[in-house]
Ligand binder design. Structure first.
Ligand code: 9WN
Length: 462
């Protein structure tokens, strides 16, 4: 169907159905990504949900972010999951008894009142907060929404830029694939291959009760996810010591977009945004310097634990790790074309040759934008690991396509943005807001009634 160009009645139907998904997934204080597969609050999901729910209830959108930030740790990190205590422990793995945030996270300032995970997710929150404010500035001012959330957002960014600059080049690193949000992307295959998996008997996968095994990460992936998370927890969530450390283009592009949003928030609060904008500029330069490959026209992930093809010795601690990695020769870019490498398109001040190169890559055979596919895939259509149904190894996702649509519009590619918007809305309606879809056919995979699919469709309808 062609919902964007559709008559008002179909647009109204799409609006109502999307709003109903958000209503169904609302718990009273936040929104679950899926009632079956993900029954707690997820960090970047909540940011995308707020971006959409602001069109239905600006108050709810504010509460969504406030609930998440109520679980912020003392060191500034925003946990990737905030657990709902009324959900049974076995409904999702890893559960609160795995993370043990209030015990193992004490040194890092984990909250006492709520149970959370100890890793993070992409920092879309300042961008979301700014968009939520703009949906109803009167309500926002009357609740001092920005004034209350601004210091928390600032602490969150401070954590990422100081504690997570593990490469010493100014960018934030992720220390687990779950942090970047594209769990089993082929970009992680090389760095994950060095991780000894936890034995299968050490955990029970609750996801397989709701998702088809062929659409989900493998047991071997899970063994490695569990190993990394266990080591981080047992190290009391101190940063800089783990065997996995990657600088990712999408994670950092979202951080930069959020820095720009924080600048606007600061201005709205009567301060100056100049320093923030300047920092966003410096980060953009670092992103290009460290992750851009001019020869291929793509941003790649940088594996900080490899130098010239050889694993580097593990850094003993945070401060020393910065000096240690700086003295070594530059670590390796991972030559896998994940959609993460296209997300910097959302940045307003990329050098013109970079934007042009990215657009060429997006329209080329690897991503098929405007030619081969309905929606942009999560991974290289021509790559050996491509699988149109397996999670982040090929399927198209609504959040990444929403970001690319935004990037296209930002760079003046209006016709292409409009085509993508139309395809996104049609696919959302046809699949009942699937979690992800086959990029060629648009057939739905994973959960239905997935919150960010509905929320971002609502946003695109405006
Ligand atoms: C692990 C909630 C989350 C998303 C991620 C997506 C998936 C979790 C999982 O679901 O990850 O965090 O159990 O697979 O990959 O992007 O935030 O929707």
């Amino acid at each position: 169907s062609d919902a964007a160009a559709a008559p008002p009645r179909e647009r109204a139907a799409l609006h109502d159905r999307a709003a109903r998904v958000l209503e169904t997934n609302w718990t009273g204080t936040s929104t679950v990504p899926s009632r079956t597969l993900y029954p707690h609050q997820w960090s970047w999901d909540s940011a995308f949900v707020a971006i959409g729910s602001r069109h239905v209830s600006p108050l709810r959108a504010q509460l969504e972010l406030e609930t998440l930030f109520a679980a912020q740790w003392g060191d500034g990190r925003v946990p990737h999951i905030v657990f709902n205590p009324s959900v049974p422990l076995d409904a999702y793995f890893p559960s609160p008894d795995f993370w043990r945030s209030s015990a193992s996270g004490r040194a890092a300032g984990a909250p006492r009142a709520v149970q959370t995970s100890g890793i993070v997710q992409p920092p879309v929150h300042a961008l979301a907060a700014w968009l939520v404010h703009r949906a109803d500035p009167g309500l926002s001012r009357s609740r001092s929404f920005l004034a209350r959330i601004h210091p928390k957002l600032a602490a969150w960014h401070r954590y990422l830029l100081h504690r997570r600059d593990l490469g010493g080049g100014g960018l934030a690193s992720v220390i687990h694939p779950w942090e970047q949000g594209m769990d089993n992307s082929p970009c992680w295959d090389a760095p994950l291959s060095r991780i000894a998996p936890a034995p299968a008997r050490a955990f029970r996968r609750a996801d397989l009760e709701h998702g088809a095994p062929d659409d989900r990460p493998t047991d071997l992936d899970y063994g490695r996810y569990v190993r990394l998370a266990t080591d981080y927890r047992d190290g009391r969530y101190a940063d800089g010591q783990g065997e996995f450390a990657v600088e990712d283009p999408s994670f950092n592009a979202l951080l930069i977009a959020s820095e720009h949003a924080l600048a606007r928030i600061a201005c709205e609060l009567g301060a100056t945004g100049t320093a923030r904008h300047a920092r966003a500029e410096r980060l953009t330069a670092a992103l290009v310097e460290r992750l851009w490959d001019p020869a291929t026209g793509m941003f790649f992930c940088r594996d900080l634990r490899v130098t010239d093809g050889h694993p580097t010795p593990r850094a003993p601690g945070h401060d020393t790790s910065r000096t240690a990695t700086r003295q070594m020769s530059p670590p390796a870019l991972i030559p896998e074309y994940g959609v993460s490498g296209l997300i910097p398109l959302i940045l307003p001040t990329l050098p013109r040759h970079v934007t042009a190169g990215l657009l060429r890559t997006a329209r080329g055979p690897r991503f098929g934008l405007g030619t081969a596919v309905r929606l942009v895939p999560s991974y290289d259509l021509t790559g050996p690991a491509f699988d149109p149904h397996r999670y982040w190894r090929g399927p198209a996702w609504f959040n990444t396509n929403w970001l690319i649509e935004r990037g296209l519009r930002l760079h003046g590619e209006h016709a292409e943005a409009e085509r993508l918007r139309t395809a996104l809305l049609g696919t959302a309606l046809d699949t009942a807001f699937a979690e992800y879809v086959d990029p060629y056919t648009g057939r739905g995979c994973g959960a239905r009634g997935f919150a960010w699919s509905a929320a971002l469709a609502l946003d695109l309808l405006q």
